[in-house]
Design a protein around this ligand. Structure first.
Ligand SMILES: Cc1cc2nc3c(=O)[nH]c(=O)nc-3n(C[C@H](O)[C@H](O)[C@H](O)COP(=O)(O)OP(=O)(O)OC[C@H]3O[C@@H](n4cnc5c(N)ncnc54)[C@H](O)[C@@H]3O)c2cc1C
Length: 375
């Protein structure tokens, strides 16, 4: 039995909420600091790999009452409209982050997590002598804690405060999301390529569809507006053009993020256990960043639950994180190069048409196996 610890989690996406829930269930004193307030929309394709389903179900965290949409088929198209379809071995479900994060937030509150919402962490410091962290908040307050889990997503001011090397580089990618009403097979997730990026569509809850794409910042600059960029570049792919023409937009405006970056990151920095995108974002075309966020949040919680010495906690986490995710993230970065241009997307479609096992093999290597929680 380890002594119950005070844990602060910075960031309340899927990684932070999962870690918070598991630690609170084990009676640790958990505070989660989130700069936004629930519910809110995020840029995300909202296709969640089934590798997390048994874990969510076993912990009472699978929100079947919200009507997640089961997905078992994959459609890939090239910019000129060539297509290939295949079944998904593991499959997944579609559910909006608006609903899913809100549900997990409620579960965490029930489990005893304290939330500081609309609150931003500016910096952390590790006090060697006291073996304690200090945290400074934007509202001027500061406090101390035994452990910090960094679940602050792909790019945060925390990365700057920690002098993480990838913050030196600008990323060429932007992310844009819509919720729409349209006509599209319920059981399918599509990945439509265009010269400059790729767009995903799948059904989520309430008869709604998520349309989300990874685009090119330079194309947006040249086009001058999102609408003009879509007409000029995305609509080259006839599937994307048809989709936009036959969809009714639900959100007032698209949700947009800049600086989507797939750089390699360290899982432990200045004694902080990094979880989810803060430890590395897998390219969206793999469709399992959310599964990795949930799984790594679980590992960060287990590291604290199963070990008492800080050095053991960090070693346990870094080893388990690398075993689970390092190779998947690397393959994701390589596969990303196959998409976003006519030539490479045609090659990818051609390859999967003539040799379907290649697609299966890539999916297997970027996805994990189902897992459980070791308490
Ligand atoms: C275009 C695109 C499409 C994608 N599509 C899919 C998909 O279909 N399927 C899939 O599985 N994955 C997808 N992903 C990846 C997935 O969205 C992420 O991997 C996942 O959201 C990571 O969760 P997280 O908890 O690590 O971070 P996030 O969900 O980003 O949460 C981080 C939280 O930290 C908060 N925060 C940041 N800094 C601070 C601070 N200093 N103080 C307090 N709070 C802070 C933020 O407000 C945020 O709420 C996609 C990604 C992109 C870019």
């Amino acid at each position: 039995m380890t002594q119950k610890q005070k844990v602060v989690i910075i960031g309340g996406g899927l990684a932070g909420l999962t870690a918070a829930y598991l630690l609170a269930k084990k009676s640790h004193q958990v505070t989660l600091v989130e700069k936004q307030t629930y519910p809110f929309h995020r840029v995300c394709g909202e296709y969640i790999s089934n590798e997390v389903k048994p874990f969510l179900q076993s912990m009472g965290l699978y929100p079947s009452h919200l009507g997640p949409n089961e997905i078992s088929r994959f459609l890939l198209t090239s910019p000129s409209g060539k297509k290939v379809e295949m079944p998904l071995d593991m499959g997944g479900f579609g559910l909006s982050r608006y609903a899913f994060d809100q549900f997990l937030f409620e579960k965490c509150k029930e489990a005893g997590v304290t939330f500081l919402l609309k609150t931003e962490v500016l910096e952390t410091g590790f006090l060697e002598k006291e073996n304690t962290f200090s945290l400074s908040l934007k509202n001027g307050e500061s406090f101390y804690t035994d452990h910090v889990i960094g679940a602050f997503g792909k790019r945060s001011r925390m990365d700057k405060a920690l002098h993480r090397p990838f913050m030196e580089n600008r990323s060429p990618f932007i992310g844009i999301k819509y919720h729409v009403k349209t006509d599209f097979p319920d059981d399918t997730v599509a990945l439509h390529n265009y010269n400059g990026g790729y767009l995903g569509i799948n059904k989520i809850e309430n008869g709604t569809y998520n349309v989300c794409y990874l685009g090119d910042k330079e194309q947006l600059r040249k086009a001058g507006s999102i609408e003009s960029m879509e007409k000029t570049y995305l609509f080259e792919n006839p599937f994307i053009k048809e989709l936009f023409h036959n969809s009714e937009m639900i959100l007032d405006k698209p949700v947009v993020i800049n600086e989507v970056d797939f750089s390699k990151k360290a899982p432990v920095v200045d004694h902080i256990l990094m979880a989810g995108d803060a430890a590395g974002l897998i390219t969206p075309l793999c469709g399992n960043g959310m599964a990795i966020a949930i799984h790594s949040g679980k590992l960060a919680a287990e590291a604290i639950i199963h070990n008492s010495e800080r050095t053991d906690i960090e070693k346990w986490y870094a080893t388990n994180w690398s075993q689970q995710f390092q190779c998947r993230l690397w393959i994701g970065r390589k596969v990303q190069k196959l998409f976003g241009s006519e030539l490479s997307a045609n090659l990818a479609v051609g390859l999967l048409r003539t040799f379907p096992p290649a697609g299966r093999s890539i999916m297997k290597r970027t996805h994990g196996l189902a897992f459980g929680f070791e308490d």
